[in-house]
Design a protein around this ligand. Structure first.
Ligand SMILES: [Zn+2]
Length: 64
C-alpha cells in the first residue's frame, strides 16, 4: 500500500525551455511553440533538474 506516496500528476508538470529566448514553460505536454517568442524550439528539461528550472524561473522573475 504505497499509493499514497505518489504525487498527483497535476502537481508535477514537465518543464520545457525555449532554446531561442530561454523562456521556461511548465506544461503536462510539450507546447507546440514558445508562448513568448513563438519559436518552435522547445526542449524538455530532464527530470531531476528542478534546481535548474527554479533558477530559470528566479532569473525571469528578477528581470520582470
Ligand atoms: Zn521563445
Amino acid at each position: 500500500m504505497s499509493d499514497r506516496r505518489r504525487l498527483p500528476v497535476v502537481l508535477v508538470p514537465n518543464f520545457f525551455v525555449c532554446e531561442a529566448c530561454g523562456t521556461v514553460h511548465a506544461a503536462p505536454e510539450r507546447p507546440p511553440a514558445c508562448g513568448d517568442c513563438g519559436a518552435d524550439a522547445l526542449r524538455p528539461l530532464s527530470r531531476g533538474s528542478d534546481a535548474d528550472a527554479g533558477a530559470y524561473f528566479s532569473a525571469s522573475l528578477r528581470e520582470s
